[in-house]
Design a protein around this ligand. Structure first.
Ligand SMILES: [Zn+2]
Ligand SMILES: [Zn+2]
Ligand SMILES: [Zn+2]
Length: 284
């Protein structure tokens, strides 16, 4: 499978729009991996995760073809994960797509409130469809089997995070290759851990919310490196991951301590984590 991080920042981006903080000034000067756009990822260049305003830039920078994307799963309605206005560009006159092209979009009711007005005009009805999903629901998105898991995040944004299984590719244990894309969320709810247990999951790639980087967490809704380590330890202990599982810290805020890529990559490596950057491709 091919997993590509397209955007790896929280809502304000790194550097943040107006910001003169030390991390943003350095990131602006360094460029390259220090610059992070808003959150998005893509699986095998066909299954898109989230649709922020930086989608336009991501598809240009990575020379990707948006008409190769048949399915889009959206984690929640915050602006760094969903900019529904650009979905309305999928319409005659704005886009010339191949005969039969269709985009299936999945998300909770809060996501639907933003997506549906952008896609329901009569001229768009054969091009895109929205399916409302609920926590602990498993559904098909193209060839992938996707499960939505409840996240501890702003309830007004209808937050879920996703487990993505590919039944057409098996790992060394003979199980479907499985990705956990855990953004945005706090340390997982008990019923999520119970779900992992009862379904005997095993993850091959895990991307964890690391908004705070090394800043101690004093609020509910995200994680930092310390919490990422706790998640991985529990996954190891319960058999949901092993030494072959690829772990990534992802989704960073400029407020995080030591968040600049060149600093954080060394600190995360000590804990056994890789650090995402915009455009990073992982094949596994
Ligand atoms: Zn976010
Ligand atoms: Zn800043
Ligand atoms: Zn959010």
């Amino acid at each position: 499978m091919k997993f590509r991080f397209l955007g790896t920042a929280a809502a304000e981006g790194i550097p943040a729009l107006w910001c003169r903080c030390e991390r943003c000034v350095r990131s602006r000067t360094l460029g390259g991996r220090a610059v992070r756009t808003r959150s998005q990822a893509i699986v095998d260049d066909t299954l898109l995760i989230d649709f922020p305003s930086d989608t336009y830039k991501h598809f240009l920078d990575n020379r990707l073809d948006l008409t190769a994307v048949t399915d889009c799963i959206i984690t929640h309605s915050h602006s760094d994960h969903l900019y529904a206005t650009d979905l309305s560009m999928l319409a005659p006159g704005f886009s010339h797509v191949q005969e039969g092209y269709h985009l299936s979009i999945f998300g909770t009711d809060k996501v639907g409130e933003k997506v549906l007005p952008a896609i329901t005009a009569p001229e768009r009805q054969n091009l895109a469809h929205f399916t409302e999903i609920h926590p602990f629901e498993t559904f098909s998105a193209g060839k992938y089997t996707v499960t939505a898991l409840p996240s501890i995040h702003d309830p007004n944004a209808g937050p879920v995070f996703y487990m993505i299984e590919n039944p057409t590719e098996k790992n060394k244990n003979g199980q479907p290759k499985t990705i956990l894309y855990a953004h945005d969320t706090h340390y997982f709810r008990d019923d999520v851990w119970e779900y992992f247990s009862s379904h005997k999951v095993h993850f091959d790639l895990v991307s964890l919310d690391c908004t705070n980087a090394c800043l101690p967490l004093t609020y509910v809704g995200h994680m930092g490196l310390h919490e990422n380590v706790l998640v991985r330890e529990r996954m190891y202990a319960c058999g949901f991951a092993d030494e072959d599982t690829l772990f990534f810290c992802n989704h960073f805020s400029h407020n995080g301590i030591s968040v600049v890529y060149d600093d954080f990559v060394l600190l995360a490596a000590k804990e056994g984590f890789s650090v995402s950057y915009d455009g990073m491709i992982v094949e596994f």
